[in-house]
Design a protein around this ligand. Sequence first.
Ligand code: ADP
Ligand code: MG
Length: 674
Amino acid sequence: MQPVPIEKVKGIGAARVQQLQKLDIHTVEDLLCHLPRDYHDLTQLYTIDQMRVSVPWFGKLEIVSEPSLSYPRRSMNIVRAKAADDTGTVALIWYNQPYIRQQLEQGKTYFVYGRPDFRFGQVRLLNPMIETPEHHPGARLLPVYKLTRGLSQGALRKHIQQSLDQFGALIDEELPRTLRERYHLYAKRDAYELAHFPPSRQVRDEAVRTLSFTELLLLRTYLAAQREGARAVSIEKMNPVVPEDYYKLLNFVPTGAQMRVINTIAEDLQTDRPMSRLVQGDVGSGKTAVAFYALYAAVKNGRQAALMAPTELLAMQHYEAAQEMFTPLGIKVTLVRAGMKAAEKRAVLEDIALGRSQIVIGTHALLEQKVQFEKLGIVVADEQHRFGVRQRARLLQKGEGVHALFLSATPIPRTLSMILYGDLDISILDELPPGRKMVQTRIVPPQKREAMYDFVVGKVQDGQQAYVVCPMIEAEDEEDNRSVEQVYNELRRKYPAVAVGLLHGKMKQSEKDKLMQDFVQNQVQVLVSTTVIEVGVNVPNATVMVLEQADRFGLAQLHQLRGRVGRGEQQSWCFLSTEGIDNERLRTICMTEDGFAIAQADLQQRGPGALLGTEQHGRVDLHVSLMLGDGRLLEEVMQAFDWLHEPEQEVLYTQVVQAAQSRYAQALEQIALN
Ligand code: ADP
Ligand code: MG
């Protein structure tokens, strides 16, 4: 269906539109794709004596005290009530939700959901969710959604039901019936309805499977068609540039894997088809040296080369490294920065347009229309998982007939990469430069946290440096005290002799750059930050990585973050500070440093959705966040694609290609590049 703006749904007004926008919901389809993150099972209730600290609990409670509202501080108010069932009593506490008091009545029973904790001698539920089931007669599983301020579960449920009633009939069936029957998929409208309001867990799983399957198959088909299209273009061949000549420019001996991949790229460049290749290599595997060969080969052939990085910081690092290598050869390297003065920018753009700049480095702002090249031969996109399918397509469109090389430090299992990168050839850098020591990785329980920081400070006094990374804190965790600022203040107070720096996403770019520069020069010894440092930063003198609340990070993210250390001669350490005693992810990360093994474990433990999750991949290109529990889905999608691609199914294949193209064409138009 054509995108229907969300305000067309009855009952959604201007204020609601704004709230929904915060959740990235703009169209009816976005709303339907906002799948529940959980369900409250009205058929499976727990009692108070079954509460376990921190384990989500759902049950039916009677309010046994008059709910009270107090204002202990100016910026804080608290609603309290006592609740009970046959097995005990529990305190209910809400921070800054004064309206809850009116919703509760002493003597009445409610369904209550929350995570119990135990403080001041009592069992408490902090900010629990209250369900009044008379609003949902006959429901067995109530959907629970990610919300935003001002939007309640009840309101969101109502809007979703209304969208289905009003627009359900317009939802396109993207997959032909024969295919749906063969692979046991629901009709799409039904799949939406059953995913939001399922009669049972099993039906819900099948409905979500339908949505995920459809999404992945369309993506696979779209990328396959893209690839066929790209292969049909013929371009001028490049002359061979002997890798051995390039190796002389390096101040190290390339690994066998680097040589193998460089040879493959050299071959790609000598054909009359544009290269579109992905190089996957773990953090520290030396992708930069591979990328620089491609830049060098293009320049040797009289073409320009562009290198794009996901952050200003990384672009800067690449720029410095490229200057060091190429300036002595008389090759002009240019950095395109955000926030250049108008005159400077004009001069830079002119250099590029006239071909005076041979190697151009920047963030993906390089994709902007304003940047025109004289004779672009190759584009390299570093840390490409931050770019995503749509931007990749955009890039390939912009430089039609241009070679493209993508670098990714996120190793992902083969099945997943065949779907996500179906338009690319894939090379793997599966060897680390020699002499790397294992990063010693330890789980640190709360009682050892102090000793850990003493150890960190000891290393710092020896001249080494450390990162301390805290997870993003969501608004609901009012009581959480491990946010970056708190950790930062704590460390400054306890270790006044140490230069501690604070880096977070809300800081201005110039402030971030300044701070990183200070860290690179060891003016800052301990860098406390949110996950903004995750990508690509290279400071070999940093030997300690502390991850606060490590259980909040995904496996791939833990792996990426650990990859920031272990880059120099010294023994490096990674500490996973956590209150959770038993965490499979943390144990996995302690056991191995092999990114592919970690990715495979992630796939098994959390399913493909986790690997594609926004935290690790920037904006996900898929409409439905995939929530299925295992990797079998991927195999099934691959099988379905292969079946569809057989000559006998040509008619079906063409239909699916069209559906896929219209979906992604829309998506491509919608993407706003900054
Ligand atoms: P990544 O794959 O994470 O982008 P980099 O290209 O930043 O890795 O390389 C990490 C570090 O390893 C850099 O300091 C680089 O100079 C060094 N390096 C790369 N290849 C080799 C090699 N073959 N031998 C020794 N050091 C290398
Ligand atoms: Mg890199």
